[in-house]
Design a binder for this molecule. Structure first.
Ligand code: ZN
Length: 450
């Protein structure tokens, strides 16, 4: 069996790994590169393999950096099935349509390429085959795979594939501890080789139990200053979890300041409807809330801004106010309009709740730049910027190591993918020292026989 890394190698986007044995090729994910203009330009390059040679794609979850190039793959000749959980299939479709709209508008403004058409998205949708967690799927003679809940976003999974007497697991993105709504990460089975994400491979998050209180205290401080509180969030999962926390703080704890909260993201609003269609994926607490008809994604302070007019209306509302909008790394989306307006206001606050990839506006702000360019305007950064690592969708180093340590059989080899070089290398070193595992940090295009 051979694995080749065609994305998320020394970086956190473009997830795509090819597994080959005898004359069969399979892909784990087929995601978009994101971040800098250079990185996004890579999406336009031809695939380094013939799309028609791929027998099937096994998808871990619906984030754009894991599914974004599927319509391009289909457009260029892939004609096999795309396996994922049912929720991933529904959410991926929303994500791809949203990406398409952004591509069209970017193309009009900046003449950037359009990677695929609406017809390609429809064709991609037709190729999806839904799988259930824990139910093995026969991919070919003597090739089976099973999806297990990884607790990263709704419908997310790690995948264990067995062929030629060996089992190789692909972690996808590993969820954080005790994430609202989602179930915990399932234990890793008896695997020989693991492709493991390493986004936070060199970091430890704050205490998870204080997550809700940290958010509350940042909001209270921001409201006291009288400014606007901006929360850039991935439309799928991060947003719903923030809303879940705000709902709890507002209606149950009754500690949230009574200021309006605007969810300014059509994709989030559509994704929330998908969550409601799949209550079987909820964790115990969320399932109970659902049973009691306590609609945790809908509460009096929350206003949904779907249309452009509703989004613009937020400007007229006096501060203090809270705005949750995508994109999560501020590399596009409605958050940019609010950032342009409020970053230079010393009364305002930006709360960073997710990983900010290198080259994105979110990363530049996280790194403390004093001025940034948005839509061609140079904006001085004078607002307060705070990050809450515990609100991230990704496991920290400790959780990843504990997950591998508790596997049914500890894998003999681990390839650290989906991490910037320092993070991937730190995780590889730690795994080698703590568990005596052979570890590698592969380069783009590198192959390994396993
Ligand atoms: Zn993800």
């Amino acid at each position: 069996m051979k694995v080749t890394f065609y994305g998320a190698a020394h970086e956190v986007t473009g997830s795509c790994h090819r597994l080959s044995f005898s004359d069969k090729h399979f892909l784990f994910d087929c995601g978009m590169f994101q971040g800098s203009d250079f990185n996004e330009g890579r999406n336009n390059e031809p695939f380094p393999f013939a799309p028609s040679s791929i027998k099937a794609v096994l998808v871990s979850h619906a984030h754009l950096d894991h599914v974004g190039r599927l319509p391009k793959l289909v457009r260029e000749g892939f004609s096999g099935p795309i396996y994922s959980t049912d929720a991933t299939k529904e959410l991926a479709l929303l994500v791809l349509r949203d990406a398409y709209q952004i591509m069209i508008s970017d193309h009009e403004k900046f003449q950037t390429p359009i990677l695929f058409s609406e017809a390609d998205i429809t064709e991609t949708r037709a190729r999806f085959v839904g799988v259930e967690y824990g139910v093995p799927v026969q991919l070919a003679t003597d090739v089976t795979a099973v999806w297990k809940d990884v607790g990263h976003i709704f419908g997310s999974a790690f995948i264990e594939l067995t062929a030629e007497g060996k089992t190789i697991a692909f972690s996808g993105d590993i969820g954080n501890h005790n994430v609202p709504i989602l179930k915990d990460t399932e234990p890793l089975g008896a695997v020989d080789v693991l492709l493991c994400e390493s986004t936070y491979g060199d970091r430890l998050h704050e205490d998870i139990d204080t997550r809700r209180q940290l958010l509350l205290s940042l909001i209270r401080d921001g409201v006291k200053k009288g400014g606007t509180i901006m929360i850039p969030a991935f439309s799928i999962e991060r947003t719903q979890e923030i809303l879940y926390e705000l709902h709890t703080l507002s209606l149950h704890d009754k500690t949230l300041p009574r200021v309006p909260i605007y969810l300014d993201s059509p994709l989030s609003i559509d994704a929330t409807a998908v969550f409601k269609r799949f209550p079987r994926y909820y964790d115990h607490e969320a399932a109970q809330a659902q049973m009691l008809n306590d609609d945790f994604l809908n509460f009096p302070l929350l206003h949904l801004s779907y249309t452009r007019e509703q989004s613009k209306f937020i400007n007229n509302v006096l501060s203090p106010k809270i705005i949750i909008a995508g994109a999560g790394m501020m590399n596009g989306g409605r958050i940019l309009h609010h950032a342009r307006r409020y970053l230079s206001d010393p009364r305002s606050t930006l709360i960073i709740v997710g990983y900010q990839a290198s080259g994105t506006l979110g990363r530049r702000l996280y790194d403390g730049m004093s001025s940034v360019k948005i839509f061609g305007d140079l904006i001085s950064v004078r607002c307060t910027i705070k990050a809450i690592g515990a609100l991230s969708a990704h496991a920290d180093q400790k959780k990843i190591i504990d997950w591998i340590k508790k596997a049914k059989n500890i894998p003999k080899k681990v390839f650290c993918v989906h991490g910037e070089p320092a993070a991937a290398t730190a995780l590889a070193d730690r795994l080698r020292q703590a568990l005596s595992i052979e570890t590698y940090v592969p380069d783009y295009g590198e192959s390994a026989v396993i």
